[in-house]
Design a protein around this ligand. Structure first.
Ligand SMILES: *Cc1c(COP(=O)(O)O)cnc(C)c1O
Length: 221
């Protein structure tokens, strides 16, 4: 019999619970963010029914097309996990409950302005370019403290967590550990780290949210 999204979801949930218990953490301390980018709305209803409450999307436009109908009447947490252009800040503040990709001063200024305007604030995560890769977004680890301080003190933006995407071709643990260290010294308790390939490792190193796509939906086309 062919494996369904719900079968794979159950497997991922089991592994999350086991990884958490193995390191003395409660399974409920780790939120599964189901990464639904490129996945059609019809495939997402069953996951919502199965109790998945957090979904991650990479693009404002795609999310705006898919989610307003799907989430109607349900308590879902919609998260932006892809890069945000400043000219989409208004739409992002209106649509998302969490924005995980606050990665530069200009975007911080724009988000502060739009949050003020809307009278509604998504939770914000600062994205750290943890492997200092030129092709990746995020503030450099050495700039993170100053950036977080400026968001908090100059713009009055509450920072709920940190997010990272470690280099694809290296062992992720030192990068996860570094993100945890930066969070700790800034009094930040939430860490969005770990994807399909390494979410169990991320949980060992303190992830409070793991972002899992292909382990649930299969490889994206
Ligand atoms: C696509 C994506 C994921 C999920 O990746 P998988 O390897 O499919 O689990 C997680 N985080 C971000 C930022 C992504 O863009």
């Amino acid at each position: 019999m062919q494996e369904t999204d719900l079968d794979r979801l159950a497997g991922v949930r089991d592994k999350i619970a086991r990884a958490a218990r193995d390191c003395g953490r409660k399974p409920e301390a780790v939120t599964l963010v189901c990464v639904s980018k490129t996945i059609a709305a019809e495939r997402l209803g069953p996951l919502v029914s199965a109790g998945v409450a957090d979904f991650g999307e990479n693009r404002v436009q795609e999310a705006a097309g898919k989610w307003p109908a799907l989430r109607e009447g349900r308590a879902l947490t919609l998260r932006l996990i892809g890069p945000l252009q400043t000219n989409k800040a208004r739409e992002a503040v209106a649509l998302f409950d969490v924005i995980e990709t606050l990665d530069r001063p200009k975007l911080a200024v724009e988000l502060a302005r739009e949050i003020d305007r809307a009278g509604k604030a998504p939770q914000l995560f600062v994205q750290v370019n943890i492997g200092e890769e030129p092709q990746k977004a995020g503030v450099a680890p050495s700039q993170a403290d100053a950036f977080i301080r400026s968001c908090r003190d100059d713009l009055n933006l509450p920072i709920a967590g940190l997010m990272c995407i470690p280099p694809a071709d290296a062992l992720a643990s030192p990068f996860f550990a570094l993100l945890a260290k930066i969070a700790k010294r800034n009094g930040i308790s939430r860490l969005s780290m770990g994807m399909s390939a390494d979410y169990e490792l991320a949980i060992q190193l303190g992830a409070t949210e793991v972002r899992v796509g292909s382990a649930i939906f299969g490889a994206r086309g």
